[in-house]
Design a protein around this ligand. Structure first.
Ligand code: TYD
Length: 132
């Protein structure tokens, strides 16, 4: 089975496009925090970490990115370029965001408040912690 778990959300089209997501229908955890990323540079990839306990869902609500996800055992590359198709970033999944198209906006829903201690930013430490 593939690593990438996509989250499809409804798209309402009238004179605009509207998207929504609810817990638990599309978002499997109660959302404690949101954050968004704008004006990222194409040649400056982000992420390069895993979270010990935080589960997240990421939407590319405008633009396009390439994501690398890695569970310590296998690695996958996926393109995100649709507001209605997010990707689950469960705890202990190493993730990287690459090749930000200009004007890309990422919206992230998180299950926990920000805690720097929840991050694993060292890849070898991640491999050890994921027992792979
Ligand atoms: P980071 O999670 O490393 O960003 P990315 O996943 O895009 O690489 O966060 C970048 C900085 O922002 C870091 O100093 C921590 C800070 N930050 C917060 O203070 N609160 C938050 O909710 C998030 C996500 C980051």
């Amino acid at each position: 089975m593939g690593l990438a778990k996509f989250i499809e959300i409804p798209e309402i089209v009238d004179d605009c496009y509207l998207y929504f997501a609810e817990n638990p229908t599309q978002i499997h955890f109660p959302v404690k925090r949101i954050y968004f990323i704008t004006r990222a540079k194409k040649d400056l990839p982000r992420g390069f970490h895993a979270h010990k306990k935080t589960d997240q869902v990421l939407f590319c609500i405008q633009g396009k990115i390439k994501m690398v996800i890695d569970d310590g055992n296998k690695k996958e590359e996926v393109i995100l370029d649709s507001p209605s198709k997010g990707i689950a970033l469960p705890r202990m999944l190493w993730h990287e965001m690459h090749d930000f198209e200009e004007n890309t906006i990422l919206l992230v829903l998180a299950s926990m408040k920000f805690d720097p201690k929840d991050y694993i930013r060292d890849y070898d430490e991640f491999l050890k912690a994921s027992n792979k």
